[in-house]
Design a protein around this ligand. Sequence first.
Ligand SMILES: [Zn+2]
Length: 440
Amino acid sequence: MAPAERDRHILNKLQNQVRYVYKNSGFYQEFYKDSAVDPANIGSLEEFSQLRILTKEDIRREQELHPPYGRFLCIPPKDIFRVHGTSGTTGRPTVFGIGMDDWDRIAEAHARVLWGAGLRPDDTVMVAAVFSLYVGSWGALVGAERLGASCFPFGSGAPGQTERAVEWSNMVKPSVLYGTPSYALYLAETARQMGFDPKEDFGFRFMFFSGEPGASVPSTRRLIEDTFSCYVVDQGTMAEMTPWMTASGCRHLDGGMHLWQDIVYTEVVDPQSKLNVPLGEEGVPIYSHTERTSQPMIRYWSGDISRWDMVDCPCGRTYPTLVAGIYGRVDDMIIVRGQNVFPSRIEDVLRGLDEFGGEFRLVLERETGQMDSLTVQAEVLDKAFAFQEFDPAALEPVKERFTTELRRAIGVSVAVQLKPAGEFERTQFKARRIIDLRDS
Ligand SMILES: [Zn+2]
């Protein structure tokens, strides 16, 4: 659809959505009390963008005052079909009450998006992510079910489950995998240790990922594609926004994600001024449901950093695109000697180096005078490390190369420590690679 025509359609949906929450949610009635625009009569997308931004803190506070859902819930509690939420690793957990109609629309939206990613009814989708409170795996599952694909809800996280994932991937030969990029690499490493070849012994045609920047980090993406001989699709917004796949790559896009604006409307705002930035610029995506009846989120602050633009994609979609995916978090941005450094950029450099052993950690410390220092601890392959037993100086050229490449890519010097391969724990979910020692 031509963008201008689509915007009229989106405006109509947003007008209805905002009017609906203003009528049915005690929270939004209070939240929009001093609003510059009339929530019952949004006249344009510009007016819509003047509504107050909703944050995770707002949701937490509201749910604490009015447990468990807060006054976000616009349907009678008896009509809740699914209860999901966040784990609360960084504070009070957030609760989502999802009605049957919304669950249906989530399935429909994810089926559309997965079709765009290349999924077809004759595929078998292995969902290799944890089935729990976490809504991500369930969303992937219902979308694949609705599309008519064969679904293989394998899960992850139990002891020994990755070894079983290797055996089952070999036995069932699923054609599609959903998980995190870290998990796909861990699966390949485990497979090799067990004597399997991820390219020959599995049958993955493509993989779709969320939860980490990796699928849009060029060298991580290449590595996964080469390892499994498949293509990679990046996806994901926020659990609160489910249908979360509405930011998604397609069969043709080489990294990045189209924004399916008619399902979840995305704006990008300046992290400081909170004002909308035009296409071509970097900022924080904020998301709005356009067709939610149970617990709608309007202008929800993601805290992520991304750049949006129009791309001429062979798939023909005219949506704006997060061209490099979601490459950082406002909170995770490391400032080294005045330079913004994103962990995903470091990952890209490391995975492009032959000697890199697969995992890394970033250690942040506070130097005197409030300066932060960053040490990159990188694994190197056994082969490269073995020389050290004979000649400690043998690794110096490797370290120097790592240091030089990192300085070239991020613009400042960082310390590099080389570690043997296997030094760092592998994850079945999202990798935690930043070790922040600044407050201790
Ligand atoms: Zn496309």
